[in-house]
Write a protein that binds this ligand. Structure first.
Ligand SMILES: [Zn+2]
Length: 340
């Protein structure tokens, strides 16, 4: 009898002990997972070699970047041309942050407007990816530059990222050329050659550079879509403008630009995020060849801070189609004397 009671007691202890251990294990595992995810989001912890471990929206988002872009599957996009102002920047620093070569601008003058944007945007950051993150008509290029602009209503990139459509990224893809050097890449490369390839400290401070030199000659033709940042936490509702035509960089300039080391002291061989699903998104293509037609399609009006308005004056809307993802397409007729 005593033995049986003892056994029952012993079994109960074992049972509760096991449950307790399992609970502790679950809590510890969860905590480790959360801490791991948070750490990954910090600048130094994530890696391009482990993109499946990137946290937050990188895993769960449905409007992620980069994506493949294609002429044929894009909607014609009617807008005025982009306007670039005050491209010259002075006394800026070039840094290797362990992932890429980056320039941060604290008191920026370069401004972006037009192109369907409903307010002015100011430049905050310029950096590079190799090979390109976006793919155009099935082709990946050796380099892509990102100029990150924020709505002039915000003073920091951090504040703007928290608000839908307050960030616009201009993306340029580059082809390798062999002869003609490029002054803007020579300036950056000189900085890289002068100091260590190790990350952390700024390479050098420079007197002057025109940031719009990084854009292609034809900046009037571009894809536009709503996506995300391409590094953790992959925040969404970022307005992307990807130029349809490429710019160029020499093989030598490319070699020097990409000769940086990560915080693990390994050469950064590549720093492009893998292509993401388009899902239900609409991709627009502004093409100067079609923009003068009388019948046009407007899709994805680019709002500023998410509450901008499209101004449709002197046009006759003939049909409005609502797409699955709540975007809408206006089919409209513009009188001959129409001006936006
Ligand atoms: Zn980027």
């Amino acid at each position: 009898m005593i033995t049986t009671r003892r056994n029952i007691f012993h079994n109960k202890v074992l049972l509760f002990g096991s449950i307790f251990c399992v609970l502790v294990l679950i809590i510890v595992s969860f905590s480790v997972l959360v801490v791991h995810e948070l750490n990954l989001a910090k600048d130094s912890k994530w890696s391009y070699h482990e993109q499946d471990k990137w946290p937050g929206s990188c895993k769960t988002g449905k409007s992620q970047s980069p994506i493949p872009l294609c002429d044929r599957s894009s909607y014609p996009y009617q807008s005025d041309a982009l306007v670039f102002q005050n491209g010259s920047v002075e006394n800026f620093q070039i840094t290797n942050n362990g992932h890429t070569v980056v320039m941060d601008f604290e008191n920026p003058k370069p401004q972006l407007s037009g192109g369907g944007l409903t307010c002015k945007f100011t430049l905050r950051n310029l950096h590079f990816h190799w090979p390109s993150e976006h793919v155009i008509n099935g082709k990946r290029y050796p380099l892509e530059s990102h100029l990150i602009f924020i709505s002039e209503k915000f003073s920091t990139l951090k504040d703007a990222i928290a608000v839908p459509f307050a960030v616009t990224v201009l993306a340029t893809l580059y082809e390798e050329s062999y002869n003609i050097t490029h002054n803007h890449f020579q300036i950056i490369n000189k900085a890289i050659e002068e100091v260590s390839v190790a990350p952390g400290k700024p390479f050098a401070t420079f007197k002057s550079l025109n940031v719009f030199d990084f854009l292609p000659e034809d900046s009037e033709t571009f894809f536009q879509y709503t996506g995300s940042l391409t590094t953790p936490n992959c925040t969404e509702n970022i307005n992307w403008i990807v130029f349809r035509h490429t710019s160029s960089i020499t093989s030598e300039e490319l070699g020097t630009l990409t000769n940086i080391h990560s915080k693990r002291n390994e050469r950064v061989e590549f720093n492009n995020r893998l292509l993401q699903n388009i899902n239900q998104r609409t991709i627009s293509l502004r093409n100067t060849l079609t923009s003068n037609d009388n019948i046009n399609v407007i899709s994805n009006p680019i709002f500023c801070q998410g509450f901008g308005q499209m101004i449709l004056r002197h046009v006759n809307v003939t049909r409005i189609s609502f797409l699955q993802n709540s975007n809408f397409v206006f089919f409209w007729f513009a009188p001959v004397n129409y001006s936006a």
